[in-house]
Ligand binder design. Structure first.
Ligand code: PMP
Length: 421
């Protein structure tokens, strides 16, 4: 049930070079498969990450050995399931440096942001209030705010970015006018790879009495995260991009917000006492977790956190920086290739286009070479509009990728370019 990632990886603080990355890669069974008769090169981890054996085993072990509902049954299976489920909350909380009870399990970032939108913002915002977002937000951090704005009469303001894909902090500061009640910012852009200076941004917001929400979906898989040090009010995350199962995620919130917020969903498990005249709700986080959760998924997420902790997120970050440098350098040499997003501080996410070729054609031809990249608008229409393109191709790498795969990708790009000429 528990991850055993320790057996071949270096302890936390050691340099990336001391981790045996080939053995780490061998933990991911899917990476051994072929696509169109060629060994798979999986460069779509920003879309969803691959799962190590220990995560798959944790999910499998739950269904085989102690499948039962949580927080209800007193029998042995029920107690085992509840303790494994709650242990996942402990692990994730320790990973993020927060208190376990301030971590609400959700189906992912989308639900976490919607929880804040409906439970925190909807009862509070009034006509004349504003929600400040940035140009590089994912639709999950735009559309819930539009829905809330329509219902409250609040408006949406946008902080712009530079052509390199860097958040313009002067523009952001200037946009923080007294009508702004909430700021939503992504920690790492899923299109540009830009790592935003969230500490500074949250400090600026706090100084002006603005509540801040950080979308951490693309940050958690790649770097150590200390939510307390960031100083935000809300931090939303997704499990499936950080080696965990789909349908898992969480919202971290300051305790005072969780206590003040009304529940989003009503039902079983989120109550202390129900009478037809009224209900007394359970304490957070359970107040926000109505119904039977994705038990197997969260047990798998606990195993994913163990797995990443055993490698050490500082090692993951260093390894991916190395892969990013290699891929960017090689891609810059491909004729007609344009990289979109050139921030000095980037995660291993590279959006690109090749002159004269549509992004979908590129991705389809790369797939025939065994290379999986995503093409499309990446749920970021406003960002595509900023760059004046309908879509990009995106290569997103993870620590389990290799330098040899980058070479194969570059070779495949060369072939595809010739075909498209
Ligand atoms: N925000 C960002 C930056 C993302 O990349 C994603 C996933 N593509 C989301 C939010 C939404 O995450 P999920 O679909 O897991 O809820």
């Amino acid at each position: 049930m528990s991850a055993s990632g320790n057996r071949h990886v270096a302890p936390e603080a050691k340099a990336a070079a001391t981790v045996d990355w080939q053995r780490v890669r061998a933990d991911f069974p899917l990476l051994r498969r072929e696509v169109h008769g060629k060994p798979l090169v999986y460069f779509d981890s920003a879309n969803t990450g691959q799962k190590p054996e220990t995560v798959i085993a944790a999910v499998d072990g739950y269904y085989r050995q102690y499948n039962a509902n949580v927080s209800r049954a007193v029998h042995t299976l029920g107690e085992q399931a509840t303790s494994a489920y709650e242990a996942a909350r402990d692990r994730l909380a320790a990973h993020l440096h927060v208190r376990r009870d301030d971590l609400v399990f959700t189906s992912g970032t989308t639900m976490a942001i919607n929880l804040v939108a409906y439970s925190w913002a909807l009862p509070r915002l009034r006509p004349g209030d504003a929600i400040l977002l940035t140009r590089m937000e994912h639709h999950a951090n735009i559309v819930p705010w539009q829905l809330v704005a329509q219902r409250t009469g609040a408006s949406i303001k946008v902080a712009e970015i530079t052509a390199e894909g860097v958040l313009d902090l002067d523009a952001l500061r200037a946009a923080m006018t007294p009508d702004v009640k909430l700021l939503g910012v992504t920690h790492v852009s899923n299109v540009l790879g830009t790592v935003n200076p969230v500490r500074e941004v949250c400090r600026m917001a706090r100084e002006r009495g603005i509540v801040s929400l950080i979308d951490g979906s693309q940050a958690l898989p790649h770097r150590p995260i200390d939510i307390a040090a960031i100083g935000c009010d809300f931090y939303a995350l997704t499990g499936h991009k950080m080696c965990g199962p789909t349908g898992t995620g969480a919202l971290w919130a300051r305790r005072e917000h969780l206590q003040a917020m009304p529940p989003f969903f009503g039902g079983g498990e989120m109550i202390r006492e129900v009478r037809f005249e009224g209900t007394i709700f359970n304490d957070p986080p359970h107040k926000f977790e109505a119904g039977t959760p994705n038990i197997a998924g969260f047990i798998g997420l606990g195993a994913a956190v163990d797995y990443l902790d055993a490698i050490g997120m500082a090692n993951v970050e260093a390894r991916e920086a190395e892969l990013l440098a290699h891929a960017s350098e090689e891609m810059a040499r491909v004729e007609g290739l344009r990289i979109i997003g050139n921030a000095p501080h980037k995660a291993a996410v590279i959006s690109f286009l090749i002159e004269g070729a549509h992004a979908h054609d590129l991705a389809t031809l790369l797939d025939l070479e065994g290379v999986a990249v995503r093409s499309g608008h990446h749920c970021a229409h406003p960002l595509m509009a900023f760059y004046g393109v309908p879509a990009t191709c995106r290569a997103s790498l993870a620590f389990y990728n290799t330098h040899a795969e980058i070479e194969r990708f570059i070779e495949a790009l060369g072939k595809v370019r010739k075909l498209l000429r």
